[in-house]
Design a protein around this ligand. Structure first.
Ligand code: GRF
Length: 201
């Protein structure tokens, strides 16, 4: 299966997907393009080092966000990507894009959704004082981190945690869960019934 990965930041999740999926000869998952809205995203360097084509799409070059999304969609079609993976991609899609790729966009989020959606999940988790947090991998719908949940992993929050220490432990779990879920999807083992996601083997 051809996948496009979108990333705005350092790309540690992308790195895991490169190593565990793209470079694994037993998997038929190929990252055909890495797209970023930030030209300085280190994720782009990681892609280049792995020989994966990159595209930078800048919001400044578009009159509105629908047009911006449309440029991303053009890249996805040009590279024949069948699945879109958001690996730390920090922009929201407009409804036409989400409808076009219904249940073909997968995001990873650093909390146990529906708790703490949005861009500051780890800080919000600590501030609220919950004792358990986690990682969620979900399909993307038109809301903010509201799409059908495919899989979650829980992680304890320690009294001594700060944002850095907690995010570090969250990322260890992200790097295990994300490739696994993408494999399930690619193998056709994920069935979506409204909001409910069922894993079959
Ligand atoms: C991850 O924590 C992910 O959950 C969130 O953004 C972060 C991206 O990290 N959506 P990285 O760029 O993959 O290191």
């Amino acid at each position: 299966m051809n996948i496009a990965v979108l990333a705005s930041g350092s790309g540690t999740n992308l790195q895991t997907l490169i190593e565990q999926l793209h470079e694994d000869n037993t998997s038929d998952i190929n990252i055909v393009v890495v797209i970023s809205d930030r030209k300085k995203a280190y994720a782009l360097t990681r892609a280049e080092q792995a020989g994966i084509p990159t595209q930078i799409v800048s919001a400044k070059n578009h009159i509105n966000r629908v047009e911006f999304d449309a440029e991303i969609a053009r890249h996805i079609e040009n590279y024949s990507a069948e699945l879109i993976i958001l690996a730390g991609y920090m922009k929201l899609f407009q409804p036409p894009f989400v409808r076009k790729y219904h249940n073909r966009i997968i995001n990873i989020h650093p909390s146990l959704l529906p708790a703490f959606p949005g861009a500051n999940a780890v800080a919000d988790t600590l501030e609220y004082g919950v004792k358990v947090t986690g990682v969620t991998v979900h399909y993307v719908d038109e809301g903010i981190d509201t799409g059908p949940i495919i899989a979650q992993t829980s992680i304890p929050v320690y009294d001594t945690d700060d944002e850095e220490s907690l995010h570090k432990r969250v990322q260890i779990e992200e790097h295990k869960l994300f490739p696994q879920v993408i494999k399930w999807h690619a193998q056709g083992n994920v069935i979506v019934e409204d909001r409910k996601v069922i894993l079959v083997s």
